[in-house]
Design a protein around this ligand. Structure first.
Ligand SMILES: C[S@@+](CC[C@H](N)C(=O)[O-])C[C@H]1O[C@@H](n2cnc3c(N)ncnc32)[C@H](O)[C@@H]1O
Length: 336
């Protein structure tokens, strides 16, 4: 039997202190500033316009949290914050943290209400439109959201581009492509693949900028549409990253059915996100992501590999497998 301990209870219970400290550092663009030039406390106070009262505590807390280094009174980024949180580098993943800071941090304060009512606590609570329609009417919010998705998905996108047997296939469609990082990574790592990014029409300019920036405009194209109103475009491989968890069970099954219809015999469906372990006891991120779906969307929830395999078999897929990608993410592959 484990000895009773209070440290983990306190660490998690007050975990929002550390979380908000990092989110504010991203909001203040501290890591971008330090990538330009390391700085002392008085210099950083000026550069970031911080009140003197707690600037010292703020910076040293980030040192203690291992997000900054301090040598002889000068603050530096760590190798990780320099690579991933400097806005001027293409490796920047802070978009997801910006989104967490601007939206999720406040919405999660409604978790208890959501658990009691089953109702989302996002913009949907006050607005008339669903989340995707809402962000689609605000180009700035939409651009930020799509970039945030790239930050969340980049590691798994690269893993899929390298580990899936792409030599057996010629074409791929990325359903709900957002900025298009998954189809971009697949096309960059596999020059024989031609690809389509499928998403709502408003996403086109953000997608096309990204594809052009990656030199892929000859091989990767955008197809506008809603997967509720139109069929999924046909291709040898259909990919869905962070799509199924947004929707309720009937909608999930409908999307898998449409993917099945879009594939030739022998074609593959790749579903990926933070797939929960079958025992529902280990993938903390996946389980919390499912609570995040409660906060965000009316019917969304995350699911186990076994759940997804069950839905794929029901749709007609013959062979299925779950493969770990990176961190909390896995992909479920179904072959028609
Ligand atoms: C959670 S994001 C996932 C983005 C990306 N696949 C990834 O994993 O990073 C969901 C995406 O689905 C798109 N989407 C939402 N509703 C859609 C619909 N009805 N038809 C097509 N795409 C839709 C959104 O615009 C957004 O790009």
């Amino acid at each position: 039997m484990n000895e009773p301990r209070m440290d983990q209870i306190m660490q998690t219970g007050l975990g929002f202190w550390a979380s908000k400290t990092l989110l504010s550092a991203v909001e203040l663009e501290l890591f971008t500033e330090l990538a330009q030039a390391p700085g002392t406390l008085p210099k950083l106070r000026d550069r970031l316009r911080l009140h003197p009262r707690s600037a010292h505590d703020f910076l040293d807390a980030l040192v203690a949290l291992n997000f900054l280094e301090r040598r002889d009174g000068t603050y530096y980024n760590t190798p990780s914050t320099d690579l991933y949180l400097d806005k001027r580098k293409p490796s920047y993943i802070g978009g997801i943290l910006e989104m967490a800071n601007n939206r999720l941090y406040q919405f999660w304060s409604g978790l208890t209400a959501a658990l009691r009512t089953g109702e989302p606590q996002s913009e949907i609570l006050t607005g008339e439109q669903g989340f995707f329609e809402l962000i689609s009417t605000d180009p700035e919010k939409l651009g930020g959201y799509l970039q945030a998705m790239t930050g969340l998905s980049r590691g798994s996108n690269i893993a899929i581009s390298q580990r899936f047997p792409w030599s057996e296939f010629k074409t791929a469609v990325d359903v709900g492509t957002a900025q298009g990082d998954l189809i971009t990574q697949v096309a960059l790592a596999n020059p024989h693949i031609a690809g389509i990014g499928f998403d709502l029409p408003q996403v086109r300019p953000v997608f096309e900028d990204y594809i052009t920036g990656n030199g892929l405009s000859g091989r990767v194209h955008f197809l506008p549409g809603s997967f509720f109103d139109s069929p999924i475009p046909s291709a040898d491989v259909v990919m869905m990253g962070h799509i199924l968890h947004d929707w309720n069970l009937e909608e999930k099954k409908m999307l898998i059915r449409k993917a099945y219809e879009a594939l030739p015999s022998g074609g593959a469906l790749i579903v990926y996100e933070s797939i929960i372990d079958d025992d529902r006891s280990k993938n903390v991120f996946g389980l919390l992501m499912s609570l995040n779906m409660l906060i965000e969307h009316p019917g969304g929830f995350d699911y186990t590999g076994a759940d997804c395999i069950g839905w794929m078999k029901e749709a007609g897929f013959t062979s299925t497998r779950v493969e770990h990608l990176v961190g909390p993410d896995s992909m479920v592959v179904g072959i028609k």
